[in-house]
Design a protein around this ligand. Structure first.
Ligand code: S3P
Length: 174
């Protein structure tokens, strides 16, 4: 866990609550917040669904890696990553340089409910969404497990509770 300033990096599948937990942590610690999805949207000047449809997933992944690499090691920050960022080993290496990598998980049924009506996730088509979620989860779980220093199940917890657990585990005050 190298890195001078020890930021906190949040990873996990779509819908586990990374963004809300990230905001809560940043506020509690008064640390800067980076959200790689928002950073990529800023680069392209358009929402992620449009980036995927105009430029394709590969181009999105390039930029996701680039924005992650651009986050400095000098200032302790909360870094929220997109659900697929762990697929690239160089991203995982960078995350672990930045500081503790915290994975949030949620049981598949709860995830299906949370993601049922969302239309901002280009990897989740309307048809067979539940099956897609389960297949992606199966494919990604080993990546999350390998990347994470700590893992928390958020299925029955709100962002405040998850943030408190993370802060306690890292011995940071609240
Ligand atoms: C993706 C997750 C999304 C976003 C993009 C791809 C993925 O972020 O990066 O739609 O591959 O799982 P969230 O995890 O914040 O939804």
């Amino acid at each position: 866990m190298a890195g001078a300033a020890r930021s906190i990096v949040l990873i996990g599948f779509m819908g586990v609550g990374k963004s809300e937990v990230g905001k809560t942590l940043a506020k509690a610690l008064e640390w800067k917040l980076f959200d790689t999805d928002l950073m990529v949207e800023e680069v392209f000047g358009m929402p992620i669904a449009e980036i995927f449809s105009q430029f394709g997933e590969a181009r999105f992944r390039e930029e996701e890696g680039a924005v992650l690499a651009s986050i400095g090691l000098n200032c302790p920050s909360i870094i929220v990553t997109g659900g697929g960022a762990v697929l690239r080993p160089e991203n995982v290496a960078r995350m672990r340089e930045l500081g503790p990598v915290v994975c949030l998980t949620t049981d598949p049924t709860t995830l299906e409910q949370r993601l049922a009506d969302r239309n901002d996730r280009p990897l989740l088509p309307r048809d067979n969404r539940a099956e897609t979620i389960r297949a992606l989860l199966r494919e990604r779980e080993p990546h999350y497990r390998k990347a994470a220093h700590l893992t928390f199940d958020t299925s029955e917890l709100g962002p405040e509770e998850v943030a408190t657990l993370i802060l306690r585990s890292l011995a940071l005050s609240r």
